[in-house]
Design a binder for this molecule. Structure first.
Ligand SMILES: Nc1ncnc2c1ncn2[C@@H]1O[C@H](COP(=O)(O)OP(=O)(O)OP(=O)(O)O)[C@@H](O)[C@H]1O
Length: 355
């Protein structure tokens, strides 16, 4: 099997006494787009800077295409790593035209080679007509694409992007995230980017790493992260949903106030558990004995997103068809449709998870 383009093995880094990246291990294969996702201060940028070679390591190692580029006693300089970077503020040279910005990293090529590569990446990002423009003559989204073209032009082994959409307005962000994914994929590049925005991560990434307080809690495909979260924290952080308390019995059944679920695994201890219910797992069913009161409803066009409360006080999030015309205070019948439920043993010593 091919070696991963990027491998981080047990990487740890600290500022003074404080460890901000803890024992982090992940691998990114060729042509994959990975994303580190987590709240502010969880160590995403520090991890990216470690990969780029701007930060030393306390422990562990980083390899690019099977060659070690960082270990605690040695760092390959950033410019020798074959890594391209797109920064949050794009870092374009204001006094250089678009083509000269892109050509800056191609000085090792002949004049002709440079021209041809600049033309190639400008076409890729849809800015062939703007090659003579200066950065201030372009919109934020166009500057973003120039920065991407400049980073891709030297054909790096790996592309790193730090919050690449944070300077753009929200509607542009969503569109550009998809566009950037398409550009990276059609160029056959491997990329790692960081964001605190889930929607962005879901739009662009093949694999997402959820970080929390310097730890990588799960590194997985987008679908598995949503459907098979590794722990209650990831379950709560990714997407919407509720952890509903239940009791597991030795036959693999989980008893909850919303009915009986089977996770197919014998729970030998028969102890308390939490079952993850995503909004789409709950549906309207007037014939059901389970009734819930609508606390809040939010019309989302095709869907109606509701916050519900059962008679026991358990709150639930549910996604009903947008044609439902319900309002707060109304009581509705609900049922659940769960294939294989996601179930976590309930640690009674820790506070309950909230979303
Ligand atoms: N040069 C530094 N010296 C000391 N502490 C630092 C330094 N750089 C970052 N930190 C601290 O390390 C922790 C991780 O920072 P980092 O920038 O990696 O987080 P982040 O997840 O990228 O956050 P954000 O989304 O806000 O950029 C933070 O608590 C930050 O304050």
């Amino acid at each position: 099997m091919d070696k991963p383009v990027l491998a981080l093995e047990h990487v740890t880094q600290a500022y003074g006494e404080r460890r901000v990246v803890k024992d982090l291990t992940l691998a990114l294969d060729k042509d994959q787009i990975g994303c580190l996702l987590g709240p502010s201060g969880c160590g995403k940028t520090t991890t990216l800077r470690i990969v780029a070679g701007f930060e030393p390591l306390l422990a562990g190692r980083v390899s690019v295409n099977g060659t070690v580029v960082s270990r605690p006693d040695w760092l390959l300089p950033p410019e020798k790593r074959a890594i391209g970077m797109v920064f949050q503020d794009y870092a374009l040279f204001p006094h250089l035209s678009v083509q000269d910005n892109i050509g800056f990293g191609l000085l090792h090529l002949s004049r002709r080679g440079r021209r041809s590569r600049i033309g190639e990446v400008l076409e890729l990002v849809g800015l062939s007509e703007s090659r003579q423009c200066f950065p201030h003559e372009l919109s934020g989204g166009q500057q973003q694409r120039v920065a991407l073209a400049r980073a891709l032009a030297p054909r790096p082994a790996l592309l790193l992007m730090d919050e690449p959409f944070s300077n753009l307005d929200v509607t542009l962000r969503d569109r550009l995230a998809l566009e950037v994914r398409q550009i990276i994929k059609s160029y056959g590049a491997t990329a790692l980017f960081v964001t605190h925005n889930q929607q962005e991560a879901f739009a662009i990434a093949d694999r997402i790493g959820v970080m929390d307080a310097g730890e990588l809690r799960q590194w997985d495909s987008v679908v598995d992260l949503y459907r098979k979260p590794a722990d209650p924290q990831v379950a709560c952080f990714i997407g919407e949903g509720t952890l509903v308390p239940g009791r597991a019995t030795a036959d693999g059944a989980i008893h909850t106030e919303l009915g009986l679920f089977f996770d197919g695994q014998a729970q030998t201890d028969g102890g308390p558990v939490q079952v993850l219910l995503r909004p789409e797992d709950i549906y309207h069913d007037e014939s059901s004995e389970i009734k819930a009161r609508i606390i809040q409803s939010q019309f989302r066009g095709a869907n109606m997103f509701c916050l519900l409360e059962t008679p026991s006080g358990q709150q639930l999030q549910a996604l009903f068809p947008g044609t439902c015309e319900w309002s707060a205070g109304q009581s509705v019948g609900i049922s659940t449709k769960l294939g294989k439920p996601v179930c976590f043993p309930l640690d009674l010593s820790s506070p309950p998870s909230s979303m």
